[in-house]
Ligand binder design. Sequence first.
Ligand SMILES: N[C@@H](CCC[C@H](N)C(=O)O)C(=O)O
Length: 289
Amino acid sequence: MSTRIAFLKGHGTENDFVIVPDPDNAIELSPAAVAALCDRRAGIGGDGVLHVVRSAAHPEARAMAGEAEWFMDYRNSDGSVAEMCGNGVRVFARYLQRAGHVTEGDHAIATRGGVKSVHIAKDGDVTVGMGSARLPEGDVTVRVGERRWPARNVNMGNPHAVAFVSDLGHAGDLYSAPPVSPEGAYPDGVNVEFVVDRGPRHVAMRVHERGSGETRSCGTGACAVAVAAARRDGVDPAVTGTPATYTVDLPGGRLVITERPDGQIEMTGPAVIVAEGEIDAEWLANALR
Ligand SMILES: N[C@@H](CCC[C@H](N)C(=O)O)C(=O)O
C-alpha cells in the first residue's frame, strides 16, 4: 500500500461513506482495512467504503469498461462485499463530478449489480437508474422480540425483506440483525426494512443493513420498499401502463422512487461530499496488525 492514501467523506441521506479514489486499483483494500476505515471511534467512520477504480483496472468490472469508465467497488462497514448500494452510487457520481471526471448530465457507472445510469441535475440531486426489482416467491417472516411480521422478499441486485409494521419503534434498537425465517431463505444474508404509511404513496422506513447494522438510509432498501408498498396497494405499472412514484422517508432524509411500466426503477436524492483528506498509512498498517 502506498504511504499517502487520499480519501473523501460523503453521504446520501446520511448513509455515509469513506471514498477511496484509486483509479489504477493499486490499493489492496482488505476486509480488515475497510472495517478499520469505517470504525466510528478509531477510524474515519462510515457505513461503507466507495473504492473508486477505473473499470478497465478491476477484474470484476473489466467486461463493463466499454459501457462505464468507472467502477464502484462497494464494501459494507464490516468489510463484506455487496452487489449494489443505491445511496453509494449517487455519492460516487458526486465524487466523479467534484474530481472533474464528469460534469452535470447523464453517465454510466459500473457496479457488481451491473451498469447503472446516473443523472446529475443542476439542482444538485442525483437520479439513478436502479434497474428492476425481482420479487421471488415464498413467504418470509421478520421477528423482533415477541413480534413477528410477514415480509416481502424483494431483490434489487441485493436482497431485502420488507415488513409493514404499525410503529417504527417496534423494530427496537436494531443493534443486531432481526432474525428472518425460514432459515436459509437468504443464504448470503439480508437487509431488513420496517415500513409504516405516512399518506397516499408516502411511507417511512427504518433499515438494518447486512454488513453495516442500522443505517440512516438505504437506497436499494427504499426501492425495495416502494415496490413492496405498490404491490400491497394493488399498484403495478406493468399492468396500468402508468409510472408509480412513492416518497420514502428515512431517518436521514427523503428519497423519491419511480417505477416505470417497463419495470425500470429510478431513485432521486441528494449526494454530498463533506470532507477530503489523507489517511495516515502508518495508522492503517497498525490497525491491520
Ligand atoms: N446502503 C446501501 C446498501 C449497501 C449494501 C447492503 N448493506 C448489502 O449488503 O446488500 C444502499 O443505499 O443501497
